[in-house]
Design a protein around this ligand. Structure first.
Ligand code: NAP
Length: 317
């Protein structure tokens, strides 16, 4: 083979989070030549989670990074190969295969592609937010609320995610204050009703968080937030041990734009088998529409996509 020719593989997986690594495990165990492309850190969002307590099989929980490494080791053990590069182009070919280019200049031709590029939670962009992430600032209450048992916490946002996660957090926290920039929630009515009925959930309207302070901004934990009422301009402080932020998320779907159907939030629309409208192109995990956004559901998505991709290759090549 001429070394300048693209390398031919069966299944390309774009993104090394739980969905990608589970897809890689299933694809490799189906004896398909499988390459997973990761341009950043393996593990996706769990790589920065201090502890994961809701992934089945670990009664005492497990470190996020440790879980990510275990996923990766298992998938490679069964034959998945990892290429540490960002996929910069994805083009369907006339013969039904896909041409992928990486930022390092690598070229690949794959019979099926599974995009598991994940999503990033939107950030407030305020002082203390980045510094205290993992030490009280969190973008997943389902993952982290249990660490704040009997403590006062804040939730920021007014959409479905904020309200749903605020309700979940009331199971653990002594008091949850939902801070919203307007005086009306965006969340669906049924969630609003549930939130209003929750005993230890209070609303703080027309308010934005301007700063998050820790006992020590470098190694400490969240101690308080600085607030501003957007109508009166009045500033105040509120002591809290955690700030859960749900102001939307941005899926990493750039590669899919113009190729598959995306919803208003730019998540890819797929069917129950993770199939897009483009034959051989699958999307799984947080980058797809209507994902539950959990490690276990992402891994399930990845497995589903790989099983279907294996069948697709058998039927079409
Ligand atoms: P979302 O619906 O876009 O809501 C984002 C919220 O954050 C809005 O209330 C918005 O305020 C607020 N916000 C945005 N930027 C902000 C900023 N810089 N500072 C303060 N507040 C800010 O996002 P989401 O809640 O993540 O939901 C995303 C999608 O997933 C939605 O389609 C939702 O229906 C769906 N979802 C569904 C469920 C469910 O059905 N159980 C659960 C979770 C998510 P404004 O209201 O003022 O714009």
């Amino acid at each position: 083979m001429n070394s300048n020719e693209p390398r031919e593989i069966d299944i390309a997986i774009i993104g090394g989070g739980p969905a990608g690594m589970a897809a890689g495990l299933y694809a490799a165990r189906a004896l398909r030549s499988t390459v997973l492309f990761e341009g950043g850190v393996l593990g996706g969002q769990i790589a920065t989670s201090d502890r994961v307590e809701n992934y089945p099989g670990f009664p005492d929980g497990i470190g996020g990074f440790e879980l990510a490494m275990a996923f990766h080791q298992q998938s490679e053990h069964h034959g998945m190969e990892t290429v540490y590069a960002m996929v910069s182009s994805l083009e369907p070919q006339e013969d039904g295969r896909f041409r992928l280019g990486t930022d390092g200049g690598g070229e690949f031709i794959a019979k099926a592609v599974i995009v598991t590029a994940g999503a990033n939670p939107n950030k407030l962009g305020i002082p203390g937010e980045t510094e205290l992430t993992g030490r009280g600032v969190s973008y997943c209450a389902t993952c982290d609320a249990a660490f704040f048992k009997n403590m006062d916490v804040a939730v920021v946002g007014g959409g479905d995610a904020a309200v749903e996660e605020a309700i979940f957090t009331t199971r653990y926290a002594s008091k949850v204050t939902l801070i919203h920039r307007r005086d009306e929630l965006r969340a669906q009515a049924v969630l609003q009703e549930r939130a209003r009925n929750a005993e230890n959930l209070e609303f703080l309207w027309d308010t934005v968080v301007e700063e998050i302070h820790g006992s020590d901004q470098v190694t400490g934990e969240v101690e308080k937030v600085v607030l501003r009422n957007v109508k009166t301009g009045e500033q105040s402080e509120m002591p809290v041990k955690a700030v859960f932020i749900f102001i939307g998320q941005t899926p990493n779907s750039n590669l899919l734009e113009g190729l598959v159907e995306l919803d208003a939030g730019k998540h890819a629309c797929v069917n129950d088998w993770m199939e897009t409208k483009v034959p051989g192109l699958f999307v799984a995990g947080d980058v797809r529409a209507n994902a539950a956004r959990q490690v276990v559901s992402s891994a399930g998505d990845g497995a589903t996509a790989a099983i279907r991709a294996d069948h697709y290759i058998t039927d079409h090549f």
